[in-house]
Design a protein around this ligand. Structure first.
Ligand SMILES: Cc1ncc(C[n+]2csc(CCOP(=O)(O)OP(=O)(O)O)c2C)c(N)n1
Ligand SMILES: [Mg+2]
Length: 373
């Protein structure tokens, strides 16, 4: 894929596949027989859709970075380097139709929005606060329940009991659906996470939780906020567990598909642990500081593991035509560019009126002005 000197992390700018890293990538597929079967069963169209999804994730975030640089928005929360931990799992779910699953992405998982069918323009409109954004310009967290995507709740961890509740409703109605959310390594320290996963565990709800261990929470490194290993947590909660490589879209897909199959079969929760690394800042404002928190060698070693570059190399090794991948990339690039243009037009034409600020808000607005209802 095309690299961007102004926006990519330094390790990605002249990215070349590293033979040893690619050997590990292949070995990972073969390491677990059940996952290998799942990966072998993915058709070519689905593989290429996942490639497009990774690109859409990377490129819509680069577009947001460009807006930050040009002063269109003040900051953006990105998932660079962690895209496979989003795109693999969502492609393993049912993403359309009335029986679609429900996902609750956190800030690093915005790729779930477009892969569940939300137009990329909706993501941009949300950032611009336009009246035609899904939240009507009232919240910059991206999601749209019309598409089965619950927007992030600002209080990290709180979405875990919400997904447990959604899964409970699927169970009560006898629906064959699952709910999935991601929890950052830092956010696992909240009471809400504990309460939510415990309820889901004990009721054997069709809920999947992915601890996205990117080794850091804001500016606090994992070793400062966590003792022990997340790998022990599934047993602690009495649920099934699996660890996957968060930079390996196929491993992420396979682990999630197996977990979703178990949930649909009534076997309850799986707690998945994605091992990955945050290549950027918490958001665009602290990228330089974020680089100072770890040794440069750590960035170099994770930099060799670019989830998009590794998957692209694997597809080429599997015999997919380079021209085919380039045409997918051209298509996604055009889609993202057009979406950005469209959203900028909304900023001209569809900003929310000030007197609607209280609409959709609860008690506080009704008390402040009963006329708002
Ligand atoms: C309950 C709560 N505490 C603190 C914050 C402020 N905050 C926002 S993101 C974040 C760090 C989250 O780290 P992690 O869960 O590892 O997710 P990551 O950002 O690494 O994806 C913090 C402390 C918050 N939003 N909610
Ligand atoms: Mg984290």
């Amino acid at each position: 894929m095309k690299r961007f000197a102004a926006y990519d992390p330094p390790e990605y700018q002249n990215w070349q596949a590293d033979p040893e890293t690619m050997r590990d990538f292949r070995a990972r597929i073969d390491a677990d027989p059940a996952r290998r079967e799942v990966v072998r069963g993915i058709g070519q169209d689905d593989l290429l859709a996942m490639y497009a999804g990774l690109l859409r994730n990377r490129l819509h975030e680069i577009a947001l970075k460009r807006w930050v640089k040009n002063g269109v928005i003040s900051k953006a929360w990105l998932g660079v380097g962690e895209e496979a931990a989003t795109i693999g799992p969502v492609h393993a779910l049912r993403r359309s139709g009335p029986g679609r699953d429900v996902v609750a992405p956190m800030i690093r998982n915005c790729g779930a929005c477009h892969e569940f069918g939300m137009p990329v323009a909706s993501i941009f409109r949300t950032y611009l606060g336009t009246g035609d954004a899904p939240a009507g310009g009232r919240d910059l967290h991206v999601g749209d329940l019309e598409y089965g995507v619950l927007a992030p709740i600002s209080h990290v961890g709180d979405v875990v009991p919400v997904i447990a509740g959604i899964a409970l409703s699927f169970q009560i109605r006898g629906e064959d659906r699952v709910g999935l959310t991601w929890i950052g390594d830092g956010s696992t320290k909240t009471a809400a996470f504990h309460e939510g996963i415990n309820l889901a565990a004990v009721r054997r709800l069709p809920a999947l939780f992915i601890i996205q261990n990117n080794q850091i929470a804001l500016g606090t490194r994992l070793k400062v906020h966590a003792a022990g290993s997340f790998h022990d947590w599934p047993a602690m909660y009495g649920v099934a567990g699996a660890v996957f490589d968060g930079n390996h879209v196929l491993d992420a897909f396979a682990a999630t598909r197996l977990a979703a199959d178990r949930a649909r079969a009534g076997e309850g929760v799986t707690l998945l642990i994605a091992e990955t690394f945050r290549m950027g800042g918490h958001a665009t404002h602290d990228e330089r500081e974020a680089r100072s928190l770890f040794e440069p060698e750590l960035f170099r070693s994770w930099g060799r593991r670019d989830p998009v570059g590794m998957f692209e190399t694997w597809l080429l090794d599997e015999g997919i035509d380079r021209a085919r991948l380039e045409s997918i990339e051209a298509g996604v690039t055009a889609e993202v560019d057009a979406a950005a243009e469209e959203a900028l037009k909304s900023r001209e034409a569809s900003m929310p009126r000030g007197d609607t600020a209280g609409h959709g808000a609860y008690a506080a607005s009704a008390v402040a002005n009963p006329a708002w209802g």
